[in-house]
Design a protein around this ligand. Structure first.
Ligand code: AMP
Length: 281
């Protein structure tokens, strides 16, 4: 396992590895948990060599968001990546990724303005800029992302397609705690009481999925029920819930085909997101 801290070093090593076979990339912001492990294993299974990037990307945090207090633990993360079979941890510092004077932004129109984009202006500009840069530095055969951030996944798919980048993409299903809470680096910021309330987001999305299973096809009653359920939970503030087309992420009025139920809440100072994909018969 090698740890690489410079862009030039990563580029050189990646070029060498690419000549010998397939190369996977798993972009992360560290504080690795079971969800990240699943992504790394997916890459290790599919590629000869795997790079895990660990970079807390300041560009994707708004002012007043949790960049400064985002959980950090590099030595533990390096062990985790190694235990999952990764070959390289790429962990550049901010000056490596954004040397002074850096002013280019990658903007994926429309998709980036909905849902998370509406709540966190500029967030996806930061995400697409850093992912585009990581893809160009590592030039992997495969890049692996989680369903947990479904809107991010769609934006990256679009970015890769629009910029005609020669990389395959894979999405790994969301890994959850036993009670259904989606694993997230941010869960460690929750107090015991907050942790108990946080599961309402998953439960709510899952109840909506059950209602769809029982034949409900109208978005309005589903959204009303989801809003009620979250607003009734003590200590939890609703940001948004919605039902969208999985391609365009546009909100739907009547459900058909493959849809995504998605939501975001705030539990104390911690913001949590989740989603479920549902095939509507
Ligand atoms: P992050 O470190 O939060 O930026 O996430 C890095 C990657 O891990 C992203 O592709 C996320 O979608 C994915 N990820 C985060 N949490 C989970 C989870 N619980 N299950 C599956 N993938 C996840």
């Amino acid at each position: 396992m090698h740890v690489i801290r410079t862009v030039s070093g990563m580029r050189r090593t990646a070029e060498r590895l690419r000549r010998r076979g397939t190369l996977g990339l798993v972009p992360t912001m560290g504080a690795l948990h079971e969800g990240h492990r699943a992504l790394i294993r997916e890459s290790v299974e599919r590629c000869r060599r795997t790079v895990v990037s660990i970079f807390i990307n300041p560009m994707q945090f708004g002012s007043g968001e949790d960049f400064r207090i985002y959980p950090r633990g590099l030595s533990r993360d390096i062990r985790t990546a190694r235990d999952c079979g990764a070959d390289i941890v790429f962990t550049p510092d901010v000056d490596q990724m954004y040397p002074s004077g850096h002013c280019t932004r990658v903007v994926v129109a429309v998709l980036a303005l909905r849902w998370e984009g509406a709540s966190r202006p500029g967030h996806f500009e930061g995400v697409s800029t850093v992912v585009a840069k990581l893809l160009m530095i590592v030039n992997p055969t495969l890049a692996v992302f989680g369903q947990k951030d479904f809107q991010q996944w769609r934006i990256i798919q679009q970015l890769v397609s629009d910029l005609q980048l020669p990389v395959n993409l894979r999405m790994v299903p969301t890994i959850r705690e036993q009670d259904g809470l989606a694993m997230s680096s941010r869960n460690t910021s929750l107090s015991k009481a907050q942790r108990a309330h946080a599961v309402v987001l998953y439960r709510t999305l899952n109840n909506a999925r059950l209602m769809i299973g029982s034949g409900e096809r109208r978005a309005t009653p589903l959204i009303t029920s989801m809003r009620r359920s979250i607003m009734a939970e003590p200590g939890v503030q609703l940001d948004y819930v919605g039902i969208a087309d999985t391609k365009t992420l546009a909100p739907l009025r009547r459900l058909r085909g493959r849809v995504v139920l998605l939501g975001a809440v705030r539990v104390g100072r911690t913001r949590l997101i989740d989603n479920l994909l549902v095939e509507v018969a």
